[in-house]
Design a protein around this ligand. Structure first.
Ligand code: DPP
Ligand code: ZN
Length: 876
């Protein structure tokens, strides 16, 4: 396929200041009439051909300035419309009619049908599946949209912007007209038509304008949108208060659909959501679901300014809107919930998703320089690492200067399609700093590693850190440049408080942040009487891996006393990870596994520490996952040995703390009505982690069965079912719970997704066959992305022992499934295939089988550009 390169960017010859669209909706033959006002770029005196993008289109007619165009004057294919000699006038009008079939659209890009509702998804390049257009984000146009449909089929007609007019037409048809005054790129176009229920509310902006809010869901599910509506209003207020951003249209609508490739989409004034991120109540949604809904509602809303008002010049700049908007939603959630708990959760996500990407064959810079298929760049690197980079800018500049920079960004670039250079420039301008070395975070792939050795000299009262940074090579970037790494730190004294020092030399230190600018630093703190423990990268100030030469004594000390909650969690997590890696090696070597009693005791101390939030304790006690252990162990991975080591540590911690955990578990029983707030969720989280431990003890299955039976919300029910299905699958308790859950939720697709997920992630060799069988379950559908991700995606990403089964049976099933998904939906198939990205870290036998699986996919006939791109890069 074609390779697109950042350095090849060139402005288009033409602009499209105005776009009028008329849709006459019908499932199998929708007519789209597009009336474009086309303008030569100012200053240009030439009239080169006008080349419009298409994708699988059927052209019905073309007119220029009201006259039909002679067939010799244009060339059309399904993928392109070329008007050979446009008029020499500064402006001209082009009318294009295409016909599309929403009912046949299974790729879920462009205009399609979900549950009999017409809806659209245009990012990144779906608009060209609707009509011929300059389908690139730097073409900003003012849209007026007229929708016509049969009133009985689609009483509701929505598009971007504000409603203008609606009325009846002959033969039971009706129409609506929408106008969006804000120029926008085509990827933000949206249309929805169908029969949906409406939840209405309103919001008065800071300047006193009233905005009508609507969330549209399947009839009968209105009640389930209450939490999403509440999250929306909180997001709108927060963006005013924290970023000074006010909403700009008269209406803001959200539509939930059940077939959606992504989580949600920020179309101007008309967000379209995967229903999984709208619908929730305690009976059907877990606390994690509530938190995700809050975050994604906020994320899409925040895009109104970071993405829509200021968009991206080209798709290489995707992180300009995504990294920044993720940063904004992280900050929102931190303010709504617990900041330190939120930070720990973010870092866990970054390590679980972005680190393996950055450390494997699919590594790419936060701002990539080339791509073959842009759909494959909606990655953890662009989103999550992109957010970390913005966070580092704030760390370096300080909160007040950062805010000034953001204000300048909004002021300077409103209404534009901008670049990362534009973004960095505003921060240089407000701070007077040179951010050119910092900019490497956008340009250079790979996770930097920082190694640190500390020494203390009592006689000279000097504390010295020898620090070295390196960035491992990544595909097509073997030589790396030295980065600017901001490390928040503290020197922790014997009483747990940070100690003061007289002066520091060898690196810049500002506000408890150590700035690395060179490959090596020798940093000397003077006036340090007693040897402190070094707490480094507090709050995870830089997205790096860190190896500190540190005594176990210091690690235990920090895990008990670090005043920075993140670092305290980190210290304990590092102890657990190191223990699990050595347990894995012992297990593989056939040795009995032993654990330090200090570690087992510390787990108990943390569990019972009432000065710590419940949610913090739950996170601390959650052992690193099998994938975490595999990533940290890095090579020669045998998932069975990893699982054995992890289960052994679970059981050892549980045995050592049996009485304490049992008492805590009972003390934490719910005592009142359900609330999804963070404190209540934290309590449930801790109790459910304790259940997980206690279920390794005798009568564990019975305890989990009771927990399941007594659960009054989905969080507790799903937690108990997970314990039963993962640890006690062959017991009657597990069978009964799985059957009971299925019977109760058979007709609720989103809840059945959990039932699929829980079974697909059950460790062990038997899961492959169980998952295979589940693909024939009536609730499963290969055409629905949520179902595919729940069953197949979960199996491939969260089931190390099942997916990487030594005989390759997991891979064989996976290859077959990915190829059948691909026939309908290449985007979802390509995303699934990334599950094999870490194949080189497996032990040799599994590695050979995984490679075979990738090769089989690469040789399949008619492979889509999406899947080919992933598979070829993974094998390269
Ligand atoms: N809808 C996706 C997001 O908001 C892509 N823009 O991240
Ligand atoms: Zn986004």
């Amino acid at each position: 396929g074609q390779v697109f390169r950042l350095e090849d960017y060139r402005p288009s010859d033409y602009l499209i200041p105005l776009t009028g669209l008329t849709f006459r909706l019908s499932p199998d033959g929708t007519s789209v009439v597009s009336e474009l006002t086309v303008e030569r770029r100012s200053g240009s005196t030439e009239n080169p051909p006008l080349v419009l993008d298409g994708d699988g289109l059927v052209l019905k007619r073309v007119e220029i300035d009201g006259t039909s165009l002679d067939p010799a004057a244009y060339e059309s294919t399904p993928d392109r419309l070329t008007i050979k000699t446009p008029p020499a006038t500064q402006q001209f009008r082009v009318l294009i009619e295409t016909e599309i079939a929403p009912s046949k659209n299974q790729a879920l890009m462009g205009l399609y049908r979900s549950n009999n509702v017409y809806c659209t998804q245009c990012e990144a390049e779906g608009f060209r599946r609707i009509t011929y257009f300059l389908d690139r984000p730097d073409i900003l146009s003012v849209y007026t949209v007229r929708i016509e449909a049969r009133r009985d089929e689609a009483p509701l007609l929505l598009a971007n912007g504000n409603p203008v007019e609606r009325g009846d037409l002959a033969d039971g048809w009706h129409y609506a007209i929408w106008h969006d005054p804000f120029p926008k790129p085509s990827y933000l176009f949206a249309l929805v038509a169908g029969d949906l229920g409406r939840v209405a509310d309103s919001f008065v902006t800071v300047s006193g304008r009233e905005v009508e809010l609507g969330i549209y869901v399947e009839h009968g599910k209105e009640r389930l949108a209450a939490y999403a509506m509440d999250a929306l209003k909180r997001s709108m207020r927060w963006d005013e208060e924290v970023f000074g951003r006010e909403y700009d249209l008269d209406v803001f609508n959200i539509v939930a659909v059940s077939d959606f490739n992504m989580g949600a989409m920020e179309n101007k004034g008309l967000n379209i959501f995967n229903d999984k991120y709208v619908l929730a109540d305690e009976e059907t949604a877990t606390d994690t679901d509530f938190a995700n809904i809050e975050a994604i509602i906020a994320h899409e809303y925040f895009h109104n300014w970071t993405g829509n008002r200021i968009t991206c010049r080209d798709w290489f700049q995707l992180c300009l809107k995504e990294g920044l908007t993720v940063f904004r939603d992280h900050e929102f959630s931190a303010d709504q919930r617990s900041r330190s708990v939120k930070r720990i959760a973010e870092v866990r996500t970054l390590r679980a998703h972005q680190f393996p990407e950055d450390q494997g064959p699919l590594a790419h810079p936060v701002r990539p320089r080339r791509y073959r298929e842009i759909n494959n760049f909606y990655t953890a690197t662009v989103y999550e690492k992109g957010s970390e980079v913005v966070r580092m800018i704030r760390t370096i500049l300080g909160k007040a200067t950062f805010r000034k920079g953001m204000d300048l960004y909004f002021e300077r670039h409103d209404g534009e399609a901008a670049t990362i250079e534009d973004f960095l420039k505003v921060f240089e301008d407000v701070s007077g700093r040179d951010l050119s070395q910092f900019a490497l975070w956008y340009h250079q792939a790979g996770t930097p590693n920082v190694t640190v050795a500390a020494s203390h000299d009592a006689s000279s009262q000097q504390f010295t850190l020898e620090i070295e940074q390196s960035v491992p090579p990544t595909p097509s970037e073997s030589r790396k440049r030295v980065m600017h790494i901001p490390l928040a730190f503290g020197l922790v004294g014997p009483d747990g408080k940070d100690i003061a020092y007289d002066s520091v030399e060898g690196a810049t230190v500002e506000d408890d942040v150590l700035h690395l600018h060179k490959r090596r630093h020798t940093v000397r703190f003077s006036g340090v009487k007693e040897r402190p423990a070094i707490s480094l990268n507090r709050g995870f100030s830089a997205p790096i891996t860190l190896s500190i030469e540190q005594s176990a004594q210091d690690q235990y000390f920090l895990a008990r006393h670090d005043s920075d909650a993140f670092s305290r969690w980190q210290a304990f997590n590092t102890l657990l990870t190191e223990t699990l890696i050595s347990a894995f090696r012992q297990s593989r070597g056939g040795k009995p596994i032993e654990f330090s009693t200090d570690l087992l005791e510390l787990a108990g101390t943390i569990a019972a520490d009432e000065t710590l939030e419940h949610a913090f304790r739950a996170l601390a006690l959650t052992l690193p996952s099998e994938a975490d252990i595999a990533r940290e162990a890095a090579s020669n991975i045998d998932p069975d040995a990893i699982l054995a080591g992890r289960e052994a540590l679970m059981a050892a911690i549980a045995q050592a703390n049996a009485d304490l955990f049992t008492k805590l578990y009972h003390d934490l029983s719910s005592d009142g009505a359900f609330s999804p707030d963070a404190a209540s969720a934290g309590r449930r989280a801790l109790r459910n982690v304790l259940l997980d431990y206690l279920s390794t003890l005798p009568n564990g299955a019975a305890l989990a069965a009771t927990h399941f039976a007594e659960a009054t919300n989905m969080t507790d029910r799903a937690a108990a079912l997970t314990v039963l299905a993962h640890r006690h699958i062959d017991t009657p308790e597990a069978k009964e719970a799985l059957t009971g859950f299925e019977a109760r939720y058979r007709s609720d697709a989103l809840v059945m997704d959990k039932w699929f997920q829980i079974q697909a992630s059950a460790p062990g060799a038997g899961t492959v066959d169980r998952v295979k069988k589940l693909t024939t379950h009536p609730a499963f559908a290969l055409a629905n992305p949520n179902r595919v991700r729940s069953l197949i995606g979960t199996f491939a990403t969260l089931n190390q022992t099942g997916f990487h089964r030594a005989d390759g049976a997991g891979y064989e099933f996976f290859v077959e499934t990915v190829l059948s998904v691909e026939k309908r939906n290449p985007q979802v198939a390509a995303r699934l295939a990334t599950a094999l990205r870490s194949w080189r870290s497996l032990e040799p036998r599994r590695q050979a089988k995984a490679r075979e699986a990738l090769v089989t996919i690469s040789r399949a006939e008619n492979l889509s550009a999406d899947l080919r791109d992933i598979v070829e890069r993974t094998l390269a």
